[in-house]
Design a protein around this ligand. Structure first.
Ligand SMILES: NC(=O)C1=CN([C@@H]2O[C@H](COP(=O)(O)OP(=O)(O)OC[C@H]3O[C@@H](n4cnc5c(N)ncnc54)[C@H](O)[C@@H]3O)[C@@H](O)[C@H]2O)[C@@H](O)CC1
Ligand SMILES: [K+]
Length: 508
């Protein structure tokens, strides 16, 4: 798999393991890193009049000296601007020595129109905000609108968190090595990377396998094997039955969007569970989706006993308050009839906000629950309501926060946004980067929760179901593009689902 994301510490471990295994040493890895960047520069900017290589004091700068040597050797006009000098006896010092160009001090960095910049100031070793001449170089490159190729990461972007420390380059291309890092996918870092190119520098899959990586880029590689494809003899109830709770008479649309998405995902049956006073409104808008009254926990237990649903969605349009808390706790604690199993619960929106005063009550119930999996899908505001301590931790990245929350809540957390992070209580996490701005529209989250429940109902494990739902949802949004409203989304899922079923069938 090449969808693993390595933290800067893991990347350094991969370097060390590769060096220990031979035949490449640290300098050999640096050569290959520099070659990969120089090749990209030559290919992408064949008409560049001049290349300005900005070299920092560490190994990122070392890569820069290799790039400069190769480009100059190819007859490209090249200038090195150095921020400090590499420590003696390091790979970077050797790379600087092997480079015939005399570096100029970064403080004088200037460039002409038509030239390009190779940013090799800082990569994995960025340890503090960019300042002084480094920050000035960022401003100069930006003011001159020069194309920037970043080595490993745009300097100033944290590889671990995607945060910008002080200032950061806005790269057109970022060439990184072996595997991407979380900072390439998390915002705002992702926006600063431009096109991300992954270069093989000789760190093999076997080396990465030794790192026991638990962070991944979200995509079908991560969950296609568990993606449900109905058997030839599929019966509708074998394909899973999803119950979606509706709000009152003036708030029923969210549940129907969610129900439609659950149905499109392949669940064989979907029932909207409605308060008595909203039955007529719901009935007027439902055709293949079933409708049933659910005013209290007795109604829920009867539904479970009679219809054996496999997943539920609670929250969209449901209202914030005591009734929501009761329903959530009833679902988590319902004494299931023998031979009945609820594969998953999806709590979204109001089901999350309703526990803002007492989140531990929810977390405790989740810990004791028979239901096999709870998935919660908070956006920023909802996340802060349920996990105020974690949300306020300024040292933690979005990835860290989602992971901590998953453990705290004993639930799969889908921490939504343009860089949605999906985290499991077992420590696995995935970052979604096929983001689509078109999804920032009312009701889009309701579709996501229904889609997740639909996949859970078909037996997909919770982490994989949540990852798949997030990816499919964004992919559908991207394919549809401008003009998308949430009503379009259930149908927009179809071509994405078709491709996945074909890929899954082909892989069998
Ligand atoms: N053998 C290896 O370890 C390899 C490393 N590679 C390159 O090496 C990079 C990592 O190298 P390093 O660990 O040396 O780290 P960096 O080169 O990213 O930076 C480390 C140096 O910069 C200083 N520094 C960090 N942030 C600063 C700031 N904001 N202002 C001023 N000084 C700052 C540190 O004190 C340290 O001296 C990778 O990003 C990659 O480009 C590649 O050559 C592949 C092989
Ligand atoms: K860099």
């Amino acid at each position: 798999m090449s969808n693993e994301l390595l933290s800067p510490a893991q990347m350094s471990e991969a370097d060390q393991l590769t060096i220990a295994a031979g035949p490449l040493d640290g300098y050999g890895l640096m050569q290959r890193a520099g070659e990969a960047v120089a090749t990209k520069v030559l290919k992408r900017y064949p008409a560049a009049t001049h290349v300005h290589v900005l070299c920092g004091p560490g190994n990122n700068g070392g890569d820069g000296y290799v790039v400069a040597r190769i480009l100059a050797g190819c007859g490209v006009g090249t200038t090195i601007w150095a921020s400090g000098t590499p420590r003696p006896e390091t790979d970077a010092a050797l790379a600087a020595k092997q480079c015939p160009l005399k570096p100029r001090p970064l403080s004088g960095f200037d460039a002409e129109a038509g030239s390009i910049v190779v940013d090799a100031l800082y990569g994995a070793g960025l340890s503090k905000p960019l300042s002084g001449d480094d920050a000035k170089a960022v401003d100069t490159a930006s003011a001159l609108r020069l194309p920037v190729i970043a080595v490993d990461l745009p300097s100033g972007v944290s590889g671990a968190s995607g945060e910008i420390l002080g200032r950061a380059f806005r790269a057109d291309i970022t060439v990184t090595f072996a595997r991407k890092k979380p900072g390439h996918l998390l915002l705002p870092g992702r926006e600063r990377c431009g096109e991300i190119v992954l270069a093989d520098i000789g760190i093999g899959d076997g080396i990465v396998a030794q790192l026991a990586v638990s962070t991944f880029e979200n995509g079908p590689d991560l969950w296609l094997r568990q993606f449900p494809v109905p058997a030839v003899d599929a019966h509708k109830y074998k394909r899973g039955h999803v119950g979606v709770f509706s709000g009152g008479p003036s708030a029923t649309g969210a549940a129907r969007l969610s129900a439609l998405a659950a149905a499109r995902s392949g669940a064989g049956a979907v029932t909207v569970l409605s308060p008595a006073n909203a039955m007529q409104v719901n009935a007027a808008h439902l055709t293949s989706i079933m409708l049933r009254k659910a005013d209290d926990s007795v109604d829920i237990d009867e539904f479970i006993g009679e219809r054996r649903p496999s997943a539920f969605v609670l929250g969209p349009g449901f209202g914030v308050g005591e009734r929501t808390r009761k329903f959530a706790l009833a679902l988590l604690s319902s004494a299931l009839p023998r031979d009945t199993r609820i594969d998953g619960l999806v709590f979204d929106a109001d089901a999350i906000t309703s526990f803002r005063e007492a989140p531990d009550v929810l977390f405790e119930a989740s810990r004791r629950s028979d239901a096999s999996a709870l998935v919660m899908t908070p956006h920023d505001g909802e996340f802060a309501r349920l996990f105020p301590g974690i949300a306020g931790d300024i040292a933690a990245s979005k990835l860290d926060k989602a992971r901590l929350a998953a453990v705290r809540a004993n639930a799969v957390i889908v921490y939504k946004g343009a860089d949605t992070v999906i985290a499991s209580p077992d420590g696995r996490a995935a970052i979604n980067a096929n983001g689509a701005p078109w999804l920032a529209t009312a009701g889009s989250g309701d579709v996501l929760s229904g889609l997740t429940a639909g996949l859970l109902a078909q037996g997909m494990p919770a982490f994989e179901a949540a990852c798949a739902a997030v990816w499919i949802h964004t992919e559908a949004g991207s394919l549809f593009g401008p003009g998308l409203i949430a009503e379009d989304l259930p149908l927009a899922l179809v071509p994405v689902l078709r491709d996945l079923v074909e890929a899954r069938t082909a892989a069998r």
